[in-house]
Write a protein that binds this ligand. Structure first.
Ligand SMILES: Nc1ncnc2c1ncn2[C@@H]1O[C@H](COP(=O)(O)OP(=O)(O)OP(=O)(O)O)[C@@H](O)[C@H]1O
Ligand SMILES: [Mg+2]
Length: 392
């Protein structure tokens, strides 16, 4: 069985997915907006296009006639996916899932209204006047997000009335495309946030990975760890919610379902119908199959007999600090001297401030205090540094 797979998005997650697919004998065409992207380096073919351009997307699909289209990012003209499904192509996990999850309004309406999942209070606003009204209704503090954005772009917290005007402007600037609408959410004072990796299968039950804890800063994750200690009742609630929302969105694959844990129970936050960045912790061998191997099997309809925790692990990110190209890494020897430690360098051709360039992975046997494993990952991630080899 060899499938032709069009991978839309060729970052570090796509790279690991492509490697997993290659190992199962598949053919991958990696797509992104620039040449030399991480997944292109490990795939059989590549295409460079703007994936928000529907005509460009149509052209690539017509040229390669893939069996599967596998989105790795959100910023794609996902409306076209319905048409590709009509042509008999499998969109992973489904056109509906990819299309709904790129718009916070679609997914929130589905989760909160249709499925009655517990979420933060929310209001939408299309104009500055509607926005002030929405903030009034939700109350301060509240979180403001463009409906179309990811990685925290355009997102801010309104802490006092004085923040209202700049939060609106910031959201408009951070909005993807020409879509000028925001969601205002009540601020959840969570004790922790988790990702519940959920696997839906063509023939088989929905499976759950042990929960992953993570810490966010500036809209991106800095460390993630697995397993995250959670009460059995919270876990049951999160799994029920993940089951409902993935079932409603349909299709097979891995999903990163994000939750806030509070004293009042579990809140559904959002989900991505693909491997999740915090799930890179599974590259530390925390599970018998990492999230990319799980996704590869699920989208190919191959069996997943079980998901088992094998060790505890942590991933800590390494970010670039400046603009440049041909990055050079130092400290690799120093970091890899440590036992139970590994590194993934993504081989991105250019750097810019805060761009994620690598992760440090640490692990230990089940039962080890995760905080110790985390401290080690954090301190090692500071010893692995990246500098541009040449100015841009
Ligand atoms: N209502 C809320 N109350 C408190 N904190 C929040 C709320 N919404 C979001 N956050 C914080 O902001 C982070 C990013 O929010 P969210 O996941 O909705 O945005 P995103 O841009 O889609 O992020 P990503 O694409 O990186 O997952 C969350 O992980 C959480 O730490
Ligand atoms: Mg998120």
């Amino acid at each position: 069985m060899q499938k032709k797979i069009l991978l839309l998005g060729s970052g570090e997650l796509g790279r690991e997915l492509s490697i997993s697919l290659q190992r199962l004998g598949q053919y991958v065409i990696a797509v992104d907006s620039y040449a030399g992207a991480p997944a292109m380096q490990v795939s059989q073919a590549f295409e460079v296009i703007n994936m928000l351009d529907g005509a460009a997307l149509d052209q690539v699909v017509a040229k390669h006639k893939p069996d599967l289209i596998v989105p790795e990012i959100e910023a794609i003209r996902t409306e076209r996916f319905y048409e590709y499904e009509k042509q008999g192509i499998t969109v992973v996990p489904s056109a509906k899932a990819a299309n709904y999850t790129m718009n916070r309004k679609e997914i929130r309406n589905l989760a909160a209204e249709a499925l009655k999942l517990r979420t933060a209070k929310y209001q939408y606003a299309k104009t500055a006047a509607e926005f002030s009204e929405a903030v009034e209704k939700i109350g301060i503090p509240c979180v403001v997000k463009p409906l179309m954005s990811s990685s925290g772009k355009g997102q801010s917290i309104v802490k006092t009335k004085a923040d209202i005007e700049k939060a609106w402007k910031y959201a408009m600037e951070g909005s993807r495309g020409d879509y000028a609408e925001v969601i205002v959410e009540g601020f959840i004072k969570f004790n922790a946030e988790i990702t519940l990796l959920t696997v839906t299968q063509k023939n088989g039950n929905t499976l759950f990975c042990p929960p992953i804890g993570h810490r966010q800063e500036r809209g991106d994750y800095r460390e993630s760890w697995q397993p995250f200690a959670i009460s059995p009742s919270d876990l049951r609630e999160a799994e029920m919610m993940a089951q409902k929302v993935t079932q409603a969105l349909t299709g097979a694959g891995i999903w990163g379902v994000e939750f806030f844990l509070t004293d009042e129970g579990v809140y559904f936050s959002e989900l991505s119908p693909r491997p999740h960045d915090t799930g890179m912790v599974t590259l530390a061998g925390t599970q018998n199959l990492n999230e990319f191997e799980l996704h590869a099997r699920a989208i190919l309809g191959l069996p997943i007999p079980e998901i088992v925790l094998e060790r505890v692990g942590v991933s800590a990110v390494v970010l670039a600090e400046e603009n440049g190209k041909n990055p050079l890494y130092s400290g690799l020897e120093d970091v890899l001297k440590e036992p139970q430690t590994d590194v993934r360098i993504f081989n991105k051709p250019t750097t810019r401030p805060y761009r994620r360039m690598a992760v440090v992975l640490t692990y230990d046997k089940i039962g080890t205090d995760i905080n110790k494993v985390k401290e080690k990952a954090i301190s090692l991630s500071k010893r692995l540094s990246v500098k541009p080899g040449e100015p841009i």
